[in-house]
Design a protein around this ligand. Structure first.
Ligand SMILES: [Zn+2]
Length: 219
């Protein structure tokens, strides 16, 4: 029943990286020392001596999403709907991710909607799903699309809608320096893509009443 085969492509992210040999902790810390020197500082001065170890530990947290496979996780945790057949919306799921171009934080909110066929998933599971994808190097379009694809694959609902609002620190603190700019990406599948009314119902529920022009993100 589960057609995991046609989803190999979207799982390639973690599958592909798993093949790479992971450096040792000492190698990772040495790389941070190099970056400290690149920044113009002395890694041996007192305030920086423990920094490489701290940064490497922080990376374990920020990028912990590589060790989890969200599809497998959701497959274990969905429940039967018990006849519920209205749109389910979970809005304002906070996420913290890092852009794959600068490794700078992307911080924002994700809104998820789906119209169940016969499977639903608990709120905490959806939040966990977001977290697993967010704790990888990302671009916002891909993050949005991956979450939608995963829900679509596992729950097989009538449709999935995902809207992501993110602030990219690579845009706000460097380069073009545009504080306050929020990037909005969306992915609409099934009835949310095909029926303007259902899409509008979702956008209203997440407080984007006038966002009728939102279209699918790339990818
Ligand atoms: Zn960036």
């Amino acid at each position: 029943m589960d057609k995991t085969v046609n989803n190999k492509r979207s799982r390639g992210h973690s599958a592909g990286t798993a093949k790479l040999e992971r450096p040792t902790r000492a190698e990772a810390e040495a790389a941070v020392r190099t970056l400290l020197r690149w920044a113009g500082d002395d890694p041996d001065r007192e305030g920086l001596r423990a920094t490489p170890a701290r940064v490497v530990r922080a990376y374990e947290e920020w990028f912990s999403g590589y060790k989890d496979e969200p599809q497998d996780y959701l497959k274990r945790t969905f429940e039967e709907t018990g006849g519920y057949d209205e749109v389910v919306v979970l809005r304002d799921i906070r996420f913290e991710s890092h852009c794959e171009h600068h490794m700078a934080p992307i911080i924002g909110r994700i809104h998820i909607g789906y119209l169940p066929r016969n499977r639903v998933v608990g709120i905490s599971k959806l939040a966990r799903l977001v977290e697993v994808y967010a704790r990888r190097l990302q671009i916002q379009e891909k993050l949005t699309a991956e979450i939608a694809a995963c829900l679509d694959e596992v729950l097989k609902p009538h449709g999935v809608a995902v809207v992501t609002e993110g602030t990219h620190q690579c845009m706000t603190t460097r380069g073009v320096h545009k504080p306050g700019v929020t990037m909005v990406t969306s992915r609409m599948l099934g009835v949310f893509r095909d029926h303007a009314e259902t899409r509008q119902e979702f956008l209203s529920a997440i407080g984007m009443r006038h966002a009728g022009s939102i279209v699918n993100g790339s990818g």
